[in-house]
Design a protein around this ligand. Structure first.
Ligand code: SF4
Length: 340
């Protein structure tokens, strides 16, 4: 799932659609959806090669205009204006209710996969193209714009499940060769791939305390993916990369039984646990009400409970992003790049 939710609108007006689609079932949409490529272009994605995509996030734009950095900057030292957000595939094996991408639109399997080298080159070129406008902007901070042309962190997390791309380990190494730190976000359904990837920071989503909730909220292609997620949790425990378990809390759907989350998270023994609020954005508005968004206080309360069961401490929080960070000792150690 995406590292950072976007605040932009995805289709012109979803308010009528939202009213008509409040059930958990993915009811047919009352409008014609375009094909995936048309939709992506409309949403400001740049297609990098045949199946990868790049999109600048809201925080890159804020950083460029001197209006602050995203919570990952606060937590992990990422410079938002030098962060390249991309995915090597838009395909996904889950249809999470809270996902802001159009899970309603099928993404075709490419006839052939692009090479990691091509994806790296194309994604950097796309990023530079997407930020061109800031060069002539009166508001943008000039030095930041110059720096942003040399991205140094890649967040492989934009949309879709990156472990579906068969050459993901090589892609990560290719970015590292170019001097990037690599943040990878996975839904944990491909444990075999997890054993083969070595990003700087590895995020795995855990959005349910038990299988029943998982099936309801993540709508996986097969119920057996819950077993895969459990396998991945154990694999995470043995990784050298810095690891993060991330949970998106949706009120009334998965915001309960912190003790069960804790039991699962213990298997992974992650460096960090990120607890964040569902944000009512993009296509998720077709599936969930606005009231599904917990407040920051509610996220904090849940995080405290979870921390208690886990034996972790609160290391930081960002009220604007409604996210709380837990770590084993309440501190955030600097990213050790030698472990890459
Ligand atoms: S795992 Fe869920 S949130 Fe992530 S891309 Fe797939 S459907 Fe969206």
């Amino acid at each position: 799932m995406p590292l950072e939710e976007k605040k932009e609108d995805f289709v012109e007006d979803l308010s009528i659609v939202q009213k008509e689609n409040r059930t958990e079932k993915q009811t047919p949409l009352p409008f014609e959806l375009p094909d995936i490529n048309t939709l992506l272009r409309k949403q400001g994605y740049a297609l990098a090669g045949r199946h990868s995509a790049v999109k600048t996030c809201l925080w890159l734009r804020h950083a460029m205009n001197g209006q602050g950095y995203c919570y990952k900057s606060k937590f992990y030292g990422i410079q938002s204006h030098r962060c390249l957000q991309m995915t090597p595939t838009l395909m996904c094996n889950q249809r999470c209710l809270f996902c802001w991408r159009p899970t309603e639109i099928p993404v075709p399997t490419p006839d052939e996969w692009d090479s990691p080298k091509k994806i790296v080159e194309e994604s950097i070129a796309c990023q530079r193209k997407l930020i061109t406008g800031f060069g002539g902007s009166q508001i943008a901070v000039k030095e930041r714009w110059i720096e942003s042309n040399e991205p140094n962190n890649v967040a492989i997390s934009l949309s879709g499940e990156p472990t579906i791309y068969p050459h993901l380990p090589e892609l990560i190494e290719e970015y590292k060769k170019m001097g990037f730190t690599v943040f990878l976000v996975t839904n944990g359904t491909n444990p075999e791939m997890l054993t083969r990837v070595f990003p700087s920071q590895l995020y795995m989503s855990l959005d349910a305390p038990d299988m029943e909730t998982y099936l309801k909220i993540c709508k996986p292609k097969s119920p057996s993916l819950w077993e895969k997620i459990n396998e991945s949790l154990s694999i995470l425990g043995g990784k050298k990369s810095r690891t993060v378990i991330r949970t998106t809390l949706v009120k009334g759907k998965n915001m309960f039984r912190p003790e069960s989350y804790a039991e699962l998270i213990k298997k992974a023994s992650p460096d960090f646990v990120e607890i964040k609020a569902y944000m009512h954005l993009g296509f998720s508005r077709l599936r969930l009400d606005r009231s599904s968004m917990p407040t920051h206080i509610e996220v904090l309360e849940f995080s405290k409970e979870l921390a208690k069961y886990l034996g972790y401490e609160i290391a930081d929080e960002s009220e604007i992003s409604r996210v709380v960070l837990l770590s084993k000792n309440g501190k955030i150690a600097k990213l050790d790049l030698n472990l890459n």
